[in-house]
Design a protein around this ligand. Sequence first.
Ligand code: ZN
Length: 329
Amino acid sequence: MKDVLKALPKVELHRHLEGSIPIPLVIEWSKKYNLPLSLDMQVKTPMPLPQVLERLFYQQRCFQNKESVETLTYEVLKDIAQDNIKLIELRFSPGFMAEPKNLSFDTIMEATLLAKERAQQDFRIEVGFILISSRDLGVEICEETIDLALRWKKDIVGIDLAGDETNFHPELFEKPFQRAHKAGLFITTHSGEVSHPSHITTSIEKLKASRIGHGVQAIQDPKVIQYLVDHKIPLELCPTSNFITKAIPHIKEHPLKRFMELGVEVTINSDDPTLFGTTLTQEYEICMKELDFSLGDIKKTILTSLHHSFVSKEQKNRAWKNHFKSLEN
Ligand SMILES: [Zn+2]
């Protein structure tokens, strides 16, 4: 079955650039710049989310200059294409990538966009970038990230809010996100991942999110589930990630299938594949082995992902014609 799943043309909506750099490249780049390494870059056993995110440090340090940002982004997109992902929305935090060497946010944008152009041509994939504002950096940095997003509006497809949702509630970011929404940017937010399900509806109403990153805790509240169904808001679910960060107690208890049965639109994603030692193909395999998905269910989630993608109509139509039309049969 793995070969069948690998060969499927795929769409991925929730994947972090910083958590996608293949380990051999992290090692190669760290040697190049003489950076000490830990052998523990992958998280194999469940631990709290903040501890998981600390491991991103080794990948973050690889962003030493413009050249490394461009090369690593290109290599990540190459890896994505090798998993037969034909449409990818790749997200990153300019603030996080700029941090090690105090690069400017604009340098990060220029380098990632050069890589995107090259990768789209070389691998025949459709790429859309989502900029992340990290809650932990506060509202002021969030305003700055939105300024940056608006300046580069034609080169990105949306914005995301990530980081610690337990200590930084969604209401705090209402003003900058309303501003982004009014300017026409699409919005997705990490909500209800390990925190209260009410953050999901607040993010939709106050931050204007039209997709929810994870949202796995919605399973605890029938009202939130009904809200998602009524408003056709899809969840970007990431089974291995949700298990490792203790969002769910066991992989077999992941509510993906249950959401589907209840009428919630669901998409399957890998989140930070290097960190979690997974691929999108592997996530599909987990859904079939552990969560009672049929191949037809998997195909349905791929078409749901395509439908809810933030990329341009032109990119979607091209992807549909070239790769996804056949999945409808
Ligand atoms: Zn994420």
